[in-house]
Design a protein around this ligand. Sequence first.
Ligand code: DAT
Ligand code: MG
Length: 138
Amino acid sequence: MSIERTLVLIKPDGVARNLSGNIIARIEAKGYTLAELKKVNASRGLLEQHYEEHVGKPFYEPLVEFMLSGPVIVAIFEGHRVIEGFRSLAGTTDPSTAAPGTIRGDFGRDWGLKVQQNLVHGSDSVESAEREIGIWFA
Ligand code: DAT
Ligand code: MG
């Protein structure tokens, strides 16, 4: 067994569309354990730390602005290989083409949708997970 922790965010679009409970239920149904949960109005400084790896990319500023547009749900989930497993549940980055059965594939909308409006964030490695948990649960 390789028990990991991952940081999951339900982004402002997911919170505004009242999908938080549904998204959390899907993650729990897979067998992952909810360890921490809170609702946060993130500051620009916190988001700049979180998205440090994307500084300078064309989508960086719209992404940060979007994440400032409303509250986010911040969660830590635990489980066997949860980092990769959650990203598989979430689906690929662009919800327009994410597979059906995934969170982004099932709830993403292709009318007027921006790629950053993809409902969830999940850490992409053990190192990212520990770094991101340290930022959101300082
Ligand atoms: P992921 O969230 O799938 O790990 P990422 O880390 O590459 O994707 O990017 C972080 C977020 O930035 C992503 O959830 C949505 C946004 N984003 C990524 N690529 C984008 C693009 N080409 N255009 C607009 N937004 C993008
Ligand atoms: Mg990422």
